[in-house]
Design a protein around this ligand. Structure first.
Ligand code: AMP
Ligand code: ZN
Length: 114
């Protein structure tokens, strides 16, 4: 996927602010953070949306969450709490069509508020 932003990052053509990397996934700080911690955890393989996920890729989703857990510990928010979100398609607000898990924390993330 030569025109995919996150594939270009995975290939090292664009260098984001990496906070975690292993053989299968990498993670970096969101360029437009919505919370003090706002990290995107991304599989190195191209999967456009959650709708495109195949059964044989199930373990990869577990790896996204294990990375999210480690990032939360690194940023010191694991005990306070954090939110993980994956948007799928237009009405959810997906803008980059290579799946990614948002890790958000460092402030109250209650929804609905109250
Ligand atoms: P989504 O709306 O769920 O597709 O999330 C895409 C996210 O990618 C948004 O929160 C953007 O701020 C973020 N983003 C877009 N371009 C970059 C970039 N070059 N570096 C870091 N984050 C980015
Ligand atoms: Zn991609």
């Amino acid at each position: 996927m030569s025109d995919c932003l996150f594939c270009k990052m995975a290939a090292g053509e664009i260098k984001p602010d990496i906070v975690y990397e292993d053989a299968d996934v990498f993670a970096f700080r969101d360029i437009n953070p919505q919370a003090p911690t706002h990290v995107l955890v991304v599989p190195k393989t191209h999967i456009a949306t959650l709708n495109d996920l195949q059964p044989e890729q199930a373990a990869l989703i577990g790896k996204l969450y294990l990375a999210a857990r480690q990032i939360a510990e690194q940023d010191g928010i694991a005990e306070r709490g954090y939110r993980t979100v994956m948007n799928c398609n237009r009405e959810a607000g997906q803008t980059v069509f290579h799946i990614h898990l948002h890790v958000l924390g460092g402030r109250g993330m209650h929804w609905p508020p109250g």
